[in-house]
Design a protein around this ligand. Structure first.
Ligand code: CP
Ligand code: NVA
Length: 313
């Protein structure tokens, strides 16, 4: 594999969760712990001094944009923010050409887009590491932050049970990859027609994945209960149909009551109180959603450092 002038090792991308090995994920999470501790003590951590990150957004964002942008500056680097509308992507410049050009000018690229194939095409023509900031298929940075948050609050996630309630979407598929790599079990309950696609996931063993028609059963004994919007970005035309299909997939106090007594609640945000989660759960004592959102910053700083510098500790 080729190295770029700004990298110390082979070119690595983070397009899906399983692009990192178990050991590398643990390294990034440990490094994020150190980076977060330094951040809290106002200690500078300028390991990416003079490096430049391009961020390409083809969908809306609050957390992803702010965490990558603030994170890169905090590492001593700088950022360029592009959207479809204000770049030539909106005027049909091929993604391959865009990748060739941008990656000659910056050290690292983060993209939020539609199909996974689009980010794969970008990465295939990039000279620098590419990070998935969400696609229709995966949201790996979010799951890194979620696992960091779980460990921070409750210790190792290995052997634990995570209940995914709602849409079999980009978050759910990424949780499944994380369960396979890190050794925990995923319970999924999704309405008929919105389950994980067997053509994509094959037949994971029961130690990794169990599916439930009833969301209450999926939550039983879970150490983490998590959900997401009923309608993800790009699927807005299905909004009404989804509102009807998902009506029983609202994480409420009853579901939390059958989970492990110490269970945490997470949501990648943005949330719709009264739809996928009740206000008393997301704003209640078991919810760690604000730590989860903050931790995007810390884990992505560790991830960017890892992709550019490799393991430095
Ligand atoms: N969770 C998440 O990715 O949030 P944004 O869409 O605001 O970036
Ligand atoms: N599944 C959601 C996550 C948003 C952060 C979406 O893709 O819109």
């Amino acid at each position: 594999m080729a190295s770029t002038p700004s990298q110390t090792g082979p070119l690595r991308h983070f397009l899906q969760f399983r692009d990192l090995s178990r050991d590398e994920i643990h390294y990034v999470l440990d490094r994020a712990r150190l980076i977060k501790d330094k951040f809290k003590r106002y200690q500078p951590h300028h390991t990416l001094h003079d490096r430049n990150l391009a961020m390409v957004f083809e969908k809306a964002s609050t957390r992803t944009r702010v965490s990558f942008e603030a994170g890169m500056y905090q590492l001593g680097g700088s950022v360029i923010h592009l959207t479809t509308g204000d770049s030539q992507l909106g005027r049909a410049e091929p993604i391959e050409d865009t990748a060739r050009v941008i990656s000659r000018m910056v050290d690292l690229v983060m993209i939020r887009t539609f199909e996974q194939t689009r980010i794969e095409r970008f990465a295939a023509h990039s000279r620098v590491p590419v990070i998935n900031g969400l696609t229709n298929e995966f949201h790996p940075c979010q799951i890194l932050a979620d696992i960091f948050t779980y460990i921070e609050h409750a210790g190792s996630i290995e052997g634990k049970t995570v209940a995914w309630i709602g849409d079999g979407n980009n978050m759910a598929y990424t949780w499944l990859q994380a369960a396979e790599i890190l050794g925990f079990r995923l319970h999924v309950s999704a309405p008929q027609g919105y389950q994980l696609d067997r053509k994509r996931i094959g037949q994971p063993p029961e130690t990794v994945l169990r599916e439930f028609a009833d969301p209450m059963q999926a939550c039983r004994g879970a150490h983490l209960v998590t959900t997401d919007v009923w309608t993800s970005m790009g699927y807005e035309a299905e909004n009404e149909e989804r509102r009807q299909a998902f009506a029983d997939w609202c994480v409420d106090a009853e579901m939390m009551a059958v989970a492990d007594p110490a269970a945490l609640f997470m949501h990648c945000l943005p949330a719709h109180r009264g739809e996928e989660v009740t206000g008393d759960v997301i704003d209640g004592p078991q919810s760690v959603v604000w730590d989860e959102a903050e931790n995007r910053l810390h884990v992505q700083k560790a991830l960017m450092e890892f992709l550019l510098l490799g393991q430095v500790a």
